[in-house]
Ligand binder design. Structure first.
Ligand SMILES: C[S@@+](CC[C@H](N)C(=O)[O-])C[C@H]1O[C@@H](n2cnc3c(N)ncnc32)[C@H](O)[C@@H]1O
Length: 303
């Protein structure tokens, strides 16, 4: 939750006395931000704990499923809340080679956590050969809004003390014990051939005022074919239970859950501010979960 500094509630004031506040400064206004996890463009660090109970319920209601798969795992905002389900078969996949290398090393404890990253070190990391775990740490954790090598974040603090490196270290060390039973893979989702899995898909959003583009290389952005994505989801839905996070879906997919949410503080100024105004936009997107209509009954929720 974000709160304007001018109207800080007593709770927020007390919280800020208790420990150093986590402050995001943008265009002259100060927002307090919950410390929720790794910065990642389009990541579900906040929403993950609300989505996980829904996925747990679907898992528990469908005993024929024999594993859990996230084809677009990103910063594990959702997955890290799912690793307590009763299966040995949990797979986290993402096409980002550096990111997956980082998760593999964090999992087994071989990752070397940096203590600080200067701008020079940031630029050096950008040139490193992939796959490289350190490159992911720097490229996501030290970039403004978690946009892979978007811009060196320490520059945007207007002199305030926020240690992005330490936050990233804390986030990864908190995640490590939760992913000991996870198999990490680095594939394009179209190469996966899942069967009898609960699959949670959080693809790059199709219908967004400011579409988020992902990239694995530091120079060019990838394009994501959304029609093809839904076609693959139809195919997978024949022998899996596929749940998709999106704001809209084709007609043969039904909504099983939704929650209104406000835009994340971790998004860049460009995505949070309208061109005409220097105020943060109050618009919100409605986060929804969809399943193919053939699976609607299996994904029915009790509440
Ligand atoms: C919306 S983000 C997922 C966020 C994630 N749920 C989290 O909490 O951080 C979408 C992810 O899809 C990945 N991605 C994009 N295209 C992909 C593809 N063709 N195959 C696999 N992963 C892809 C991106 O690297 C990114 O991590």
């Amino acid at each position: 939750m974000l709160q304007k500094n001018a109207t800080l509630t007593r709770n927020a004031q007390n919280r800020s006395k208790m420990k150093r506040p986590n402050i995001a400064v943008t265009q002259g206004e100060i927002y307090y931000r919950e410390i929720v996890g790794m910065k990642y463009l389009g990541g579900k660090q906040r929403l993950g704990k609300h989505l996980a109970p829904v996925l747990h319920e679907i898992w528990e209601n469908n005993e024929d499923l024999n594993g859990y798969l996230e084809p677009f795992c990103g910063s594990l905002g959702v997955l890290k809340n799912m690793t307590d389900i009763d299966t040995k078969n949990i797979q986290a996949n993402d096409y980002h080679a550096d990111l997956i290398q980082m998760w593999k090393e964090v999992k087994v404890g071989t990752f070397k956590y940096p203590t600080s990253i200067s701008e020079k070190e940031y630029l050096e990391a950008k040139q490193m050969k992939s796959p490289n775990a350190h490159k992911a740490f720097v490229g996501f954790g030290m970039s403004f809004g978690g946009r892979y090598f978007g811009a060196y974040s320490q520059k945007y603090l207007n002199g305030k003390k926020e240690d992005f490196c330490k936050e990233m270290v804390n986030s990864l060390t908190r995640t490590a014990p939760k992913i000991q039973n996870v198999k990490f893979t680095n594939k394009d989702y179209r190469k996966l051939t899942p069967k009898k899995k609960l699959i949670y898909c959080d693809p790059p959003y199709a219908y967004n005022k400011y579409p988020i583009k992902y990239r694995r290389e530091v120079k060019k952005y990838d394009t994501f074919d959304n029609e093809e994505f839904w076609e693959v989801m139809r195919k997978w839905s024949k022998n899996n239970l596929v749940v998709v996070s999106e704001t809209t879906a084709p007609d043969d997919f039904v909504e099983v859950w939704n929650q209104k949410r406000y835009r994340s503080a971790a998004q860049s100024a460009k995505t949070r501010f309208s061109e005409k105004s220097d105020k943060p936009s109050e618009t919100h997107t409605v986060e929804k979960l969809f399943v193919h209509k053939s699976n609607a009954k299996r994904a029915q929720l009790d509440n």
